[in-house]
Design a protein around this ligand. Sequence first.
Ligand code: ATP
Length: 324
Amino acid sequence: VKKIAVLTSGGDAPGMNAAIRSVVRTCAYHNIEVVGVYRGYQGMIEGDFEPMNARSVRDIINRGGTILKSARSKDFRTPEGRKVAYEKLKAAGVDSLVVIGGDGSFTGALLFNKEFGFPVMGIPGTIDNDIYGTDFTLGYDTALNTVIEAIDKIRDTASSHNRLFFIEVMGRDAGHIALNSGVGAGAEEILIPEENIGLKKLLESLEKSRSTGKTSSLVVVAEGDKIGKNVFELKEYVEQHHPDYDVRVSVLGHMQRGGAPSCFDRVLASRMGVKAVESLLEGKSNYMVGIRNNKMELTPLEKAIKGSSKIDMELLRVAEIMAT
Ligand code: ATP
């Protein structure tokens, strides 16, 4: 390994910059050349590379987003596009690739390796925490902190007006953000895709919490929840059955993906970058770096893509008990 390329791909997540910094500094530490690829796979196809050194990544550990920019590349989904990308990397003298992204990005990386035997290493960067092989993905902890800060503020207005709030949070098909932020922010009910409680039980639960003396309620809803109604339809549904409820809706949206990474995400990114580069140096390829039980571990990319991250059933129970 003489020259490593690093790129960010798919949705951005806080901590990606800290991971870029770590990859670049680990290369510098081991006297290996490193180039940054702008705009993910699209930049790879276009040869949009920039040589980087330890100083090019100064002042970014604290910044959200990604200085290398991210993109979704249609061209990279075609064999022709990947061939151009391979030629561009070869021409630049690059012999290994670190991809910071989600499972779509890993699928592309794996194909790229299969076709050209190019060594690749993945770092999981997504706020959704929906990747198999790691307890935490980069950006997840930061997103959770952003969400509970927002919900705390909504709680203030909810309790001042005896209101019921449906708060939609991100997470795509996974309920990690909803479940953990729901517990952390003290939600009455948490709706996640992994467990469809049904509309009837939702109403019962709201009535129960009213009958126990609660005057305001927060319901955290995962965007991928399978109850069959979005937050606005949930509001209508509840109002139809309980015209006396004062129901409001808040969709937190993209603010969840932004902001300075938490200390946890910065440390995790630093550890993952070191592990990714040093694993390539040991001759390993086609793995995703992850953290399990506070240890850095490698999972074959194939498994990381196919496997699914499981929701913590014990935490579901904790949520239920806390809503008593
Ligand atoms: P996020 O979870 O944040 O969406 P992601 O990595 O899953 O991140 P995608 O948009 O699915 O995001 O993938 C990013 C890029 O990876 C795509 O734009 C495409 O260039 C490449 N990619 C995804 N799937 C494939 C595939 N099956 N074959 C080749 N390339 C792919």
